[in-house]
Design a binder for this molecule. Sequence first.
Ligand SMILES: Nc1nc2c(ncn2[C@@H]2O[C@H](COP(=O)(O)OP(=O)(O)OP(=O)(O)O)[C@@H](O)[C@H]2O)c(=O)[nH]1
Ligand SMILES: [Mg+2]
Length: 171
Amino acid sequence: MSSNKDVSKERLHPDLTDFVLVGDVGCGKTALTLALLELDEKVLKTQAVVFHASHVVDTPGEFVNRPAYYGALLSTIVDISTIVYLQPANSKAFSLPPGLLHVYPKKRVVGVVSKTDLPDADPERACRVLTEHNISPPYFLTSTVTGDGVDALRSFLISLQQPESNSGATS
Ligand SMILES: Nc1nc2c(ncn2[C@@H]2O[C@H](COP(=O)(O)OP(=O)(O)OP(=O)(O)O)[C@@H](O)[C@H]2O)c(=O)[nH]1
Ligand SMILES: [Mg+2]
């Protein structure tokens, strides 16, 4: 008899939980969410907040590049412990006003440099942008095209669920 093949793929990583991806339109949030969860779904433009299982939340880029949506951003992240902020490797612009990611002081903000495979990627510059905006290392350099960095980020996010990690939230 074969094993049960109907188990939801969202449960491949049951400890991968309690984080929200934030960043500009097109920075790669949805592609990274699907890669982290190992979901084989098409990457479509995110029109509204997407709640995956286990409090994994994908937000539309408009939440950061349209001030009218800052309130929606803040109310979406209020109950989530970790904000995963994506800085595209080929961008030197930071997409939010200073301090908005740190409105809730007890949340951890994890910096990700996305799209490191692009020809004009400059991951070092992107890391500097994160530092200048009060996001502390470690930073995770990822590409959902090559898969680089995805496993490392997943392992780190899972490690945050360990009880001893909870006291280390940075901001
Ligand atoms: N080269 C490259 N392209 C990527 C990568 N990640 C995502 N993309 C592409 O970039 C485009 C935008 O990716 P999304 O994941 O939809 O970006 P998003 O941040 O969710 O965008 P919104 O939902 O509009 O906020 C898509 O065409 C993706 O295929 C990456 O690591 N490398
Ligand atoms: Mg999206």
